[in-house]
Unconditional design. Structure first.
Length: 562
């Protein structure tokens, strides 16, 4: 070996000698090896650690992406051997097997791997937690079974060939036997089983890539051979009732799938790219959706505030945040709470994704004169009590929405801003007068979705001090605070996360806030006034979830602080 890890990092200038000695002294009390301690303290990155390990062991460093490694390759060695030696086969080329190891100087392990597999073994160094995640995923029977089914389908498709697959797809009497049809179904069913929100089918060289968005993060699940890409896309377009002959224009469609007695709906979108047509399917699993404020994960105070806003007889409530932050779910939960026979509730959405019993839902259609603004004008002639407007995006819609809120209607809508206070300058940018905003706005709700720690592999950890100092500038850290992370296991597919939880920043327009809005105070000063009036910021809401062990400091930092 080329020396000790700490000396290598000091020689490279990544850390100082004093920082190294401090980390060495902490090894007795802190969990993990020296490299992990340095990363947790924010002194080096995982990439710097990997590069230093490569120098130390004099072998290449390999960053592992568990979802991109075929589980059958990893399973060339027994699970007991792989875990005890912290080693994972990750690739085969001709007669050489690449073995990712956290300790590539383990000569006995390399020799044993050669005996077990019959391949010549080339070791590479990898980070220990990435090796662990790769093993967890590879030895998860559910994933292996799904991948085996996909491999069988790929073999079938190669035998049948592109022409035969397309011909089989076009004959409805052969639907149950066509390999392409069964492959497409397996992709859809797989998304339902893992709780994906979206499926991305992307044409890339040398093969088409299929990814699921699970808990807000994209994960690659399989690749599709180039010679059947068009057949797969064509099959999806057929089921979604889209034009299979049109490949140069974007298209939208809808399809349904019945699996295990339950019905799942997908919204389909295609767009031409330089490599072919890209398809994205949004899973609209109405059977699993329950729009109830009590089940959103709100704190008691936050729930009371939103309930109070939704019960107002008139005024405007806006929900803000980026795409995919759960705004629609929050608005639907508000409507569901006040949905009674005595109220006429009407929505304008683009598109209508979920059907709400007892609520009149209108799909926005600009091509036929029913955009958000026109639809809102027509709805105001329909004697509404409550109006949900999918989005306020232009001056005309903003002006009409504010006027509706001022004339006896409760109007709920969304704005794309980073925080709750940002709704005010955004409405001003859209041409609404400050005094009208102050008079119409009841409150603004900003929200984010954070991945929650997997309960199966949850464990205490040392916080990243740099992140903690950045986030906790306004709020204190409890003396008994314990920080957690997910180690990565079979249930969470090695990610350490399972499910998502919301965090909220709710600005209630009190008389003091309304006066500040009407006087046109700067957003920074308005924020200070809102905090004085009791607003809890997104960071403070997120830190509460961190201190309660529901999410990680890193997840909050990257989703909110950056």
């Amino acid at each position: 070996m080329a020396g000790r890890l700490g000396d290598i990092l000091v020689a490279r200038g990544d850390i100082t000698e004093a920082q190294l000695q401090s980390a060495l002294r902490a090894q007795g009390s802190e969990r993990g090896m020296l490299g992990a301690i340095l990363v947790r303290r924010g002194l080096i990155t995982w990439e710097q650690l990997g590069s230093a390990l490569a120098t130390q062991f004099e072998v290449p460093f390999r960053q592992l992406v568990p979802h991109a490694i075929h589980p059958q390759v990893v399973r060339l060695v027994p699970e007991e051997f792989a875990r005890s030696r912290s080693a994972a086969p990750v690739a085969i080329e001709h007669d050489t097997l690449t073995l990712a190891m956290s300790s590539p100087d383990d000569i006995e392990a390399i020799a044993e791997a050669e005996l077990l597999t019959g391949y010549h073994v080339e070791p590479v160094v990898a980070l220990q937690h990435e090796v662990q995640s790769t093993l967890d995923r590879a030895f998860d029977e559910r994933i292996v079974a799904r991948q085996t089914i996909v491999d069988m389908k790929m073999a079938e498709l190669k035998e049948v060939g592109e022409l035969a697959a397309i011909e089989a797809m076009q004959h409805e009497t052969e639907q149950d036997s066509a390999p392409v049809i069964r492959l497409v179904r397996s992709i859809l069913v797989g998304a339902i089983e893992v709780g994906a929100s979206d499926i991305h089918i992307e044409p890339h060289l040398p093969e088409m890539r299929v990814r699921y968005r699970v808990d807000g993060e994209l994960q690659q699940v399989m690749t599709i051979p180039e010679h059947i890409e068009e057949a797969v896309v064509a099959r999806i377009k057929v089921v979604a009732e889209m034009d299979t002959t049109e490949t140069r224009k974007p298209q939208d469609g809808h399809l349904s799938l019945v699996e295990a007695g339950a019905k799942a709906n997908f919204r389909v979108s295609t767009i031409p790219t330089v490599g072919g047509e890209k398809v994205v399917l949004r899973l609209l699993d109405e059977g699993r959706k329950v729009f109830d404020l009590k089940r959103l994960g709100l704190g008691q105070r936050e729930q009371q505030l939103i309930e109070s806003l939704s019960e107002k007889p008139y005024g405007m409530v806006v929900v803000t945040g980026p795409t995919g932050s759960g705004k629609t779910t929050t608005m639907y939960a508000m409507l569901s709470r006040i949905n009674t026979v005595g109220r006429n509730i009407v929505t304008v959405e683009d598109p209508v994704e979920y059907r709400l019993p007892g609520i009149n839902q209108v799909g926005a259609d600009s091509e036929h004169g029913l955009g958000f603004n026109n639809a809102l004008k027509y709805i105001l002639r329909q004697d509404p009590d409550v109006i949900l407007l999918g989005e306020i995006r232009d001056h005309e819609t903003a002006a009409t929405a504010v006027q509706a809120a001022l004339t006896g209607h409760l109007l709920i809508s969304t704005l794309h801003t980073n925080d709750a206070v940002g709704a005010v300058p955004r409405l001003k940018d859209l041409g609404v007068d400050a005094f009208k905003i102050g008079g119409a706005l009841l409150g603004s709700i900003a929200q984010r979705l954070l991945r929650s720690i997997c309960p199966e592999c949850k464990e205490p950890c040392e916080p990243n001090q740099r992140m903690l100092e950045t986030l906790a500038q306004r709020t204190g850290v409890p003396d008994d605070a314990t920080f957690y992370r997910g180690r990565g296991c079979k249930r969470c597919l090695g990610t350490g996360y399972a499910g998502r939880i919301p965090i909220f920043e709710i600005m209630v327009v009190t008389p003091a806030v309304a006066n500040a809005i009407e006087e046109g105070v700067a957003p920074g000063n308005l924020r200070e006034i809102a905090i004085q009036e009791g607003m809890t910021t997104l960071v403070e809401s997120g830190l509460t979830q961190v201190f309660q062990g529901r999410t990680t400091l890193e997840e909050l930092f990257y989703k909110v602080a950056n």
